[in-house]
Design a protein around this ligand. Structure first.
Ligand code: ZN
Length: 159
């Protein structure tokens, strides 16, 4: 599968993405994950496996994302694993929606509480619409993983 050439990403946002690409965080696979999902994008050979361990309160105790493919998916997977620790599944769903809205240009990039944190760097990828899917793939895995987890364990009451 030929890969698309990596896109040039200038400026601070580009630096943050390249930093995660070169030094990915939370890459170690875990053998006791509560939630796990795998996604593949044949278009550019991107591949991601996301694993999450929850604590007794239902918050992310540890996250692992193993990815292969272009710089965008690897940076996005690394940033995701870093940003989700300590959050509940409901908070993860909200974060995922907010990230999706940002990538699709539906929402202001910066929200007041800065909850997207370093993830905001990925909005630079919007300049390359074909690569937006690369940035979203780990989040699709997250959403699929949450869905599977809830159908296995029963949905929690909303709110
Ligand atoms: Zn890609």
């Amino acid at each position: 599968m030929p890969q698309l050439p990596d896109v040039p990403l200038p400026g601070l946002y580009g630096d943050a993405i390249m930093d995660h690409y070169r030094n990915p965080r939370h890459r170690h696979p875990m053998d006791d994950a509560d939630l796990e999902a795998h996604e593949f994008n044949p278009f550019c050979g991107d591949d991601v496996t996301l694993q999450i361990k929850l604590d007794d309160a239902g918050r992310v105790e540890a996250a692992s994302s193993q990815s292969q493919g272009c710089s965008i998916i690897q940076a996005s997977a690394s940033m995701l694993a870093q940003e989700i620790e300590g959050k509940t599944l409901e908070e993860l769903s909200q974060l995922s929606q907010r990230f999706r809205d940002m990538m699709q240009g539906k929402a202001a990039a910066t929200n007041e509480d800065g909850e997207l944190g370093e993830l905001e760097a990925l909005q630079v990828v919007r300049q390359y619409p074909v690569r937006i899917k690369c940035a979203l793939l780990p989040w699709t895995a997250l959403e699929e993983g949450i869905k599977k987890f809830l159908s296995r364990n029963g949905s929690r009451p909303q709110g």
